[in-house]
Design a binder for this molecule. Structure first.
Ligand code: BDR
Ligand code: CA
Length: 302
């Protein structure tokens, strides 16, 4: 089967970086472009990190388009404490081989979608959904040509990670997330309910490092940096790689149809999900074969 064409929309970010390395190494995926968004850290650094990862993996001909530096509303949340000052935990990587393209991400995406067959490009979203929301608003015809959107975000039955019920990516830009979840497009959400189950421990890190492969070694450095910024020294959740794993091997996941609205208020649950009959159904990954997911990730990286 020919690989699926994807655009990675991302805020790298340690776990974003592992997800990007996986996508570049997977024979089932072909990365057409990387678009960046402010999230874990500011846009300048997420964009630079995308270029650094492509350079490290020898894929520097893949275009990077910088997107939104702010959410649609408000100012976002920074995760420097987890991802380090540079967003990649100080892991040594080469500089980008080329600057980002001059076109902003939403317009770049629109042009790419209009120039390819309808339905042929999927968006795998690993950060706040601002760029995708801007695409929907600015270029609805192009957005209608997206194959599917798979996005890491939200907490359904699981506790949140920035609020009692809210998860970082959705809470950073709830208005954008609502726009995407209510778009009627083919959207699959990968919430904390799943991503907290796919965890790297020290043995896993050693396995990646001892493989002697470049993606394995860089992923091991990224996981080591992830441990350095964490209280939990047993294992770290691999949130964003779950999006790529679902794209490549959906049978690893239990995906249900649900109607979930996003709290766009200003209370403690801003960005949280709640059942609602007033929004369209989307697909939501609610469980995962974590062992199988970790195995696919390690095999592909090594
Ligand atoms: C999400 O938030 C970010 O910190 C991670 O990169 C991931 O996309 C997890 O809540
Ligand atoms: Ca992310």
């Amino acid at each position: 089967m020919s690989p699926r064409q994807i655009v990675i929309d991302t805020d790298p970010g340690l776990d974003d970086a592992i997800a990007i390395l996986f996508a570049l190494a997977s024979p089932a995926l072909s990365v057409a472009a990387v678009t960046t968004v402010a999230g874990n850290i500011g846009l300048e650094r997420t964009t630079r990190n995308a270029g650094r990862l492509l350079a490290a993996a020898g894929h520097d001909t893949i275009p990077v388009a910088a997107g939104a530096s702010q959410p649609l509303v408000g100012r976002g949340i920074s995760e420097e404490a987890i991802h380090g000052d540079d967003g990649l935990g100080g892991v040594p990587l080469p500089g980008p081989m080329s600057p980002p393209v001059a076109t902003p991400a939403a317009r770049f995406l629109a042009e790419m979608l209009m120039s390819r067959p309808a339905g042929s490009i999927d968006i795998l979203a690993l950060g706040p959904l601002t760029n995708v929301a801007l695409l929907l608003d600015e270029s609805p015809e192009a957005a209608g040509r997206i194959g599917r959107i798979i996005a890491m975000g939200g907490a359904v039955n699981e506790r949140g990670n920035v609020g009692p019920r809210s998860e970082f990516n959705l809470a950073c830009d709830p208005e954008a997330a609502a726009r995407v979840l209510e778009s009627g497009l083919d959207v699959t959400l990968v919430p904390l309910d799943v991503t907290r189950k796919v965890r790297a421990d020290r043995d896993y890190l050693d396995r990646l490092r001892s493989s002697g492969t470049l993606p394995g070694a860089v992923a091991a450095d990224l996981i080591a940096a992830y441990f350095a910024g964490a209280r939990d020294q047993e294992s770290r959740p691999l949130h964003d790689p779950c999006v790529m794993l679902l794209a490549v091997q959906p049978a690893l996941f239990d995906v249900r149809r649900m109607r979930l609205a996003i709290d766009c208020g200003n209370g403690v649950d801003r960005g949280a999900l709640a059942p609602s009959s007033e929004v369209p159904e989307i697909a939501v990954a609610m469980d995962v074969d974590a062992k199988g997911a970790l195995e696919l990730l390690a095999q592909t990286l090594t």
